[in-house]
Design a protein around this ligand. Structure first.
Ligand code: KG4
Ligand code: ZN
Length: 337
């Protein structure tokens, strides 16, 4: 781990273009700038991301975004960039920009796995000693649902993940199915669920009792689809009731698998990361569980749950692996090594 350094993070794995300056001083990680541009509104029209459009927008935003991030402070020690997983067209924009800047500025490059970035978001604007180990970490995003055991800050073991749809994907697809919002639908499902009747729809909780740490959410989506097909008119209250049934099912499964991981690994902390970590019901249930078991629960600030570049720089501090610009390539299929 380097001391007293400043890293420029670059994130372009999907539809967000991010650049952020993060500095480490006296064991504290401080965000000096955090700029985010998004092509989300374009994808909202189609109800999902069109990779070609996402890549074109990345190209438009990347230079202004980086320029803004370093407007007030140009002294940096290294550049960290997401090199996977993600959409190849989007990843390439960030990686090629980072390689060029590394060559021109003569600064080392640090490749970052986007998924790990979601975990290290837990240290943003905090002390390096803020989390006690061992820990169990859950990444819940639009593309991934993964459980990891962390022996210490940098020793991670993947223990389970989704066999089909990710939790965020289930929120998005079901939200769209009931016409709640376009894309992404997670926050809209959460809002509608607040007005929903918890007893009206009892949807399946796939794999909740399986003796592993795996997830599956595609069956839930099918169950909601069948329910919707049997309803002649989807009024507002019914939408809220379906949203409630959906949120309860997803949160129940996530909490059950964390409970299983806690029983197996006996950690001191639980870490959340990824867009779905912003869900209040999930946070409340885990808070309740953590308190009952004398565990610490860490959730990133809301703006650092969803995709951002500060988390990429944070991850680079913990996994400080300097490379030359010519030694880094995009890897859309990257997972856990
Ligand atoms: O981490 P993220 O920004 O992007 C990926 O790496 O995928 O996560 C986006 C996902 C979307 O599926 C979105 O619907 C979901 O996070 N999400 C939420 C909430 N806020 C974002 N899901 C449920 N409740 C929320 N409040
Ligand atoms: Zn993400």
């Amino acid at each position: 781990m380097p001391t007293d350094k400043r890293i420029l993070g670059i994130e372009t794995s999907c539809d967000e273009t991010g650049a952020s300056l993060l500095s480490l001083q006296k064991n504290h990680l401080t965000v000096e700038s955090n700029i985010l541009a998004s092509s989300l509104s374009l994808h909202a029209k189609t109800g999902g991301i069109i990779p070609e459009i996402a890549a074109r927008e990345q190209l438009k935003y990347i230079i202004p975004t980086v320029a803004k991030a370093i407007e007030k402070q140009r002294e940096i020690d290294a550049i960290a960039v997401t090199y996977g997983p993600g959409l190849i067209g989007s990843l390439l924009i960030g990686v090629e920009t980072a390689r060029t800047l590394s060559y021109v500025w003569k600064k080392p490059l640090i490749p970052v796995n986007h998924l790990l970035g979601h975990i290290y978001a837990n240290w943003i604007n905090k002390s390096l000693h803020t989390i006690e180990f061992p820990a169990v970490a859950l990444i819940v995003s639009g593309g991934h649902t993964d459980l990891l055991y962390m022996k210490d800050k940098t020793t991670l073991q993947w223990i389970g993940g989704t066999r089909d749809d990710a939790a965020g994907e289930a929120f998005d697809k079901i939200g769209r199915l009931i016409g709640l919002a376009s894309y992404p639908a997670g926050p809209a499902v959460e809002n509608a669920a607040k007005k929903g009747d918890p007893k009206r729809f009892m949807f399946p909780r796939p794999l909740i009792h399986s003796e592993d740490f795996d997830f599956s959410f595609s069956g839930l989506k099918t169950a909601v689809l069948k329910t919707v097909q049997n309803i002649s008119h989807l009024d507002e209250q019914t939408k809220c009731d379906i949203a409630r049934g959906t949120e309860d099912a997803i949160v129940d499964v996530l909490v059950a698998k964390i409970t299983r991981a806690v029983k197996t690994y006996n950690p001191k902390s639980i870490l959340l990361g990824g867009g779905v970590a912003a869900n209040s019901k999930l946070q409340q249930q885990l808070e309740y569980f953590a308190n009952a078991h004398s565990l610490a629960l860490s959730v990133p600030e809301k703006q650092f749950c969803t995709d951002n570049a500060a988390m990429i720089a944070a991850c680079a501090f913990f996994n400080y692996d300097e490379r030359r610009w010519m030694d880094i390539d995009s890897n859309p299929e990257l997972y856990f090594a």
